[in-house]
Each structure stands twice: as C-alpha cells, then as structure tokens.
Write a protein of this length. Sequence first.
Length: 138
Amino acid sequence: MDINDVLKEKKYIDAYSDDKLFDKILKFAKEFGIRLIYVALLLYFVIQKEDLPIKIKTIILGALGYFILPLDLISDFIPGIGQVDDMAVLLFALVAAALYIDQNVKNKAKDKLHDWFGAYDEEELNEIDAKIKKETAK
C-alpha cells in the first residue's frame, strides 16, 4: 500500500515525503544524535511493511511529519532541547509499532546509518532495541 493511500488529506500528503524526511535527517544528524536518527529510520522502514495496520501507519506518518516540520512545540533550532519533543513523538510511534519491528527492519535502519555515517558505536542503539523488546514482550 502506498503511503499516499493511507492519508487522503492533501495537507498530510504535502507535508510528508521521503525526500523531506531524509533531508531533515541529514541536516540535523549530528545535533539529533544517532539514537533519534535510528528511531526515525526504524519507523521509515516499518511503515513499508504490507501487513502494518492502517492505524499504526497513520501514527507513524503523523510522527514522521511532526519530525520533518521545522516549527513545532519546541523549535528545532534551540540547541540542546530543540529535539526533545521530536524524540518524544517518535518514541510514541515506536511503541505503537514495536510489534512490527523485526530484525529485518532493524538491519535496514542500521545499514542506512552505516551508509550515511560510516562506523558508529552500535551500543548507542541498545537502549532503543531494548525498548522495542520490552514493548513486544507485553
């Protein structure tokens, strides 16, 4: 199912695109930190699964759209705290989608991180993977 089929309203379709998502990720990658980028990538790759319920796709699209927008509750341009609300929204979507995030999705996200950033300390991602595991164990 195409993402545009999920959200019919033009304002949502106009706000979300793969290019906008990746532009935002690359622009603020160092400031956001690897964990925030990993969460965004997990959501990006899990939303592409055919068996993902529409409700979860809608939550993810809303979270990724919020992440992309430059004007939100706490401006992204405020150093140090500008991404706190983005991370909270993305983590909410991550919890909602946790049951659908399998090893394949994690591997795709980690491969993309390696493509963009080269070597990085994968232990930084353990906290996120543990949160997914905890949510799927419930």
